[in-house]
Design a binder for this molecule. Sequence first.
Ligand code: ADP
Ligand code: MG
Length: 274
Amino acid sequence: MGMSRACQGCCSVNGCDIRRQQAVEPISCGDPPRVRMEKQISMVRFDQVSKIYERGGDTIIGLDQVSVEVGKGDFCAFIGPSGCGKSTLLNLVGGLDVPTSGDIILGGHSTSRFTSNEWTRIRRETVGIVFQAFHLIPGLTAAENVAFPLLLRGERGVSVQARVEEVLELVSMTARRHHRPSELSGGEQQRVAIARAIVHRPQIILADEPTGNLDSQHGAEIITLLRSLVQRFRQTVLLVTHSTEAAGAADYVWSMKDGRLLTRTQHEPVTVVA
Ligand code: ADP
Ligand code: MG
């Protein structure tokens, strides 16, 4: 009790009962910045997760017995060369694919027995995904693209419009709300894609090489935007990238190789109160 010790980086890995001190931004305009003491809550946990692909008699290892934990409100980056399993890892978190073995625990719930309906619900409610190639719907305006996840959830009317305006404002795209994707720059398209990913207030944002199609300045702006979401709304961000610059904004970075996690680098000092 009362003893302070340096975090060994184990708290997100082994689920130990270490508390960390975290600066939290003002919740509404005018509030003074606050510092909150809170227990690390697990958002995503991988227990010995492997993903093996079988293609024409070949066996390809996507992920190889990965165990890792990401806490609620963390901004975690996974970095590694092409083919090391980064997208595989994110796809498994988002239920776009299922593990060959092992278990993924989302918000305390094992996903191993999830039905496809339960995965659909998780994707619509809990997860927001941002892709390298934006994947906006070409025939829809920016605002219509952002509204899409809410329409899928059966939401209609003025509350949808109000929420769409709110998130377009958050990503500084209000002035371009009636533009179609082809009328937007790459950086602007990615801002709209982020707005679409957060419009339903997901707990987890999965970003797969979100700066891969952007120049360094626009890439840096996208990373700053993701960082601000974590701070303002306490969303959990899993970013995969091969850019050390992009990964530099994360709280911590896991390096990956050949479907495995290698090392974890902590970026911000952590104050631990036992
Ligand atoms: P990264 O995103 O780090 O570039 P991926 O996760 O896409 O890597 O891929 C990891 C490995 O799994 C690669 O060898 C890749 O070729 C293989 N892989 C990924 N998806 C599939 C698939 N659907 N079928 C077969 N092999 C795949
Ligand atoms: Mg990839």
